[in-house]
Ligand binder design. Structure first.
Ligand code: IPE
Ligand code: IPE
Ligand code: MG
Length: 256
């Protein structure tokens, strides 16, 4: 996948709303467990309900005209959860791919997986590869699934791949640039996230897209992920539209 990594904002969304639309929105889908616990339900019920939110977010992103949506579906640190919860989440991912893949493909969605694929269970790995392969020619919404993803580990893997090239004499140490590192990341070819939305009231990145988020805008929503609605999404987009991004420079007006 190659989506040009420039900073050009969209100005009009598909539904006619004005204001800058982010090209790339990344979601930290948090609060499934708390949503369930608050209703005296098992945490797994929160994950199940969270999948419904994910479906609605994907649909809405396509309608509004967002180019790239990244979802943090499972972090490399989430393995430390109780085994029963981890295996439920793996089952949910399996069901998501099995049930939704053909529909996503029909909707022209292109799927890409980021995260560490080494040591993944072969069945899961095969499903992830199938999702990528089937949809690789699609030209609609790019859906980036961060699975077994940890940003520091991603940066380490990128550094290792560049170091290997230096060791083989294919690259000079002095050629290791921001561009070279960006292209060695799992997210190579994708624009950086313009907007990162985290639900559940937590205000942290939890090892998500540390390199790519250098100039991202952040939006925190107090609702837990299972109750994050299209209206909440629109609110986040409107908030983004009102932000002034300066990239270290000055506003056009202030520089006069
Ligand atoms: C997010 O919800 C889903 C994953 C991390 C897989 P949580 O499971 O983190 O829910 P809380 O934060 O414990 O409420
Ligand atoms: C981040 O949420 C990971 C995902 C949403 C998949 P966590 O619930 O794992 O993050 P912490 O532990 O609250 O930082
Ligand atoms: Mg959480």
């Amino acid at each position: 996948m190659s989506v040009s990594p420039d900073h050009t904002p969209h100005t009009v969304s598909a539904d006619g709303a004005s204001g800058n639309l982010p090209r790339h929105v990344a979601f930290i889908m948090d609060g499934n467990g708390r949503w369930a616990t608050a209703r005296s339900l098992p945490r797994t019920e929160g994950h199940r309900q969270g999948l419904e939110t994910l479906r609605s977010v994907i649909r809405h992103s396509g309608r509004v005209g967002i180019e790239v949506v990244t979802i943090y579906s499972f972090s490399s640190e989430n393995w430390s959860r109780p085994e029963a919860e981890v295996s439920f989440l793996m089952g949910l991912l399996r069901r998501f791919v099995q049930r939704d893949l053909s529909e996503l493909h029909k909707s022209n969605v292109r799927i890409r997986i980021i995260g560490n694929r080494a040591d993944l269970e072969p069945g899961i790995l095969a499903l992830l590869n199938e999702a990528e392969d089937l949809t690789k020619e699609n030209t609609g919404l790019n859906l980036v699934v961060a699975f077994n993803y940890g940003s520091r580990a991603e940066i380490v893997r990128a550094a290792q791949s560049l170091a290997e090239k230096v060791a083989k004499g294919e690259l000079q140490a002095g050629d290791i640039s921001e561009t070279a590192l960006t292209e060695a990341m799992d997210t190579a070819g994708l624009p950086d996230p313009d907007l990162i939305i985290r639900t559940s009231g937590e205000m942290r990145l939890s090892n998500f897209l540390l390199w790519q988020a250098a100039y991202s805008e952040f939006y925190f929503c107090d609702k837990n992920w299972p109750e994050f609605s299209e209206a909440d999404f629109d609110k986040a987009l409107a908030c983004f539209g009102s932000r002034q991004r300066r990239y270290g420079g000055l506003d056009a007006k202030a520089s006069l």
